[in-house]
Design a binder for this molecule. Sequence first.
Ligand code: AMO
Length: 434
Amino acid sequence: MAIKRNSSDISVEDGSVVISGWVQDVRNMGGISFLTLRDRFGTIQVTMPKKKIDPELFGLLTKLSRETAVSVTGDVKESNQTALGLEVIPTAAEVHSEAAVPLPLGVIDKVEAGMDTRLNNRFLDLRKPEVKAIFELKALMVELIEEAVRTNGFTQVYTPKIGAAGAEGGAELFKVEYFDRPAYLAQSPQLYKQILMSSGLDRIFELGPAFRAEQSNTNRHVTEFISFDCEMAWIENEEQVMAMIEEIIDHVLNGMRERGAKQLEVLGKEINVPARPYPILTYSECLEMVNANGLPLKEGDDLGTEGEKIIGDLMAEKGIDLYFIAEYPEEAKPFYIMEKDGTPYSFSFDLDYRGQEISSGGQREHRYEVLVERMRKKGLDPEDFGFYLDAFRYGMPPHGGWGIGIERLLVKMLDLSNIREAILFPRDPSRLAP
Ligand code: AMO
């Protein structure tokens, strides 16, 4: 007897096999019954002509509830009635765990369940091939990101997720009790990745969780996401940073298209790989574009969701999916971003993907005195950042980098409607379990 791990490997030459999976469906048609068994690779039909099957086994298999976990032993036969061209005639079965009735979420129901029902029953939701495919593609995306950064000489690092100070604004910090004093969950590895630039680890990357105490219930904000951060030293300008991010994204998009073809087919999606270089718009140009399209933003304003969308639509008209928005007003950017001397602007950029920001980055201020001045200007007390500032006092190279929310990248790549679709167990202001 050949033991097969999955239905896609099975062939008629195998003779007797064991197939394991979930009962997707049982159909009783009088003299013959059919059981559709599903595993991670697809479905296979178990065909049961009543007269040819042991009555006890027939009784067992035809009464199984949907989604029961079972192993069926049987003979593989050719069949022109099934998609695989094969069917299994059972000789024995083992029921591992019977599924309770009714199911809280149908796996093959045509009716689309609400997001809350899906997330509350994520284990069942994931049994749908089109949901599972998203997470297989997410894993592939991470693999491709890692390939691209390693090829470019980046070293993987891990920085603390519990700390004393935040970098991206105090209001969004989650406070935790750290023995007898307060601490915060990391919003971003920003301070640590910059400290490392003075260490000789010239190019580093991190893929890790970032926490934001944002009370926003939108389809693109969550309170915990995976941030893909890079930082590189000895740069001459922010264009070098943009060129690097572009190279990485290009590798990821190409790889997803080639190596994720099977999952993309399950999802009915195609990935467009945009031509390089990606256009660089300036913030000022974007302001003009949104003003001309009826959104009255003023110099210094955040482009916001609406502004980003207008620009995304205008770029789409030109067939452009990915583009940088650079030179934001220094006022709109955090203290660590370098000002463009003598102007109200800064060496910062966002990378937008079809009307949505997926990354922020830029050249950092590496000159100690100027950095301290910038902190003060932003109302921050340099004393609170001693551990960070120390790294700037003993030889800090010019450097820059970025952070990408990987779920936002995936959402745009696969044209999903909600960031929660790209997170197994999302966290938002109203969801803390499962
Ligand atoms: P920023 O705060 O713009 O920059 O965040 C970088 C990227 O992280 C993602 N992101 C989010 N994704 C889901 N839910 C959220 N609530 C959320 N907030 C942010 C976005 C965003 O573009 N330290 C800088 C990066 C740098 O300069 O290196 C930073 O964190 O995709």
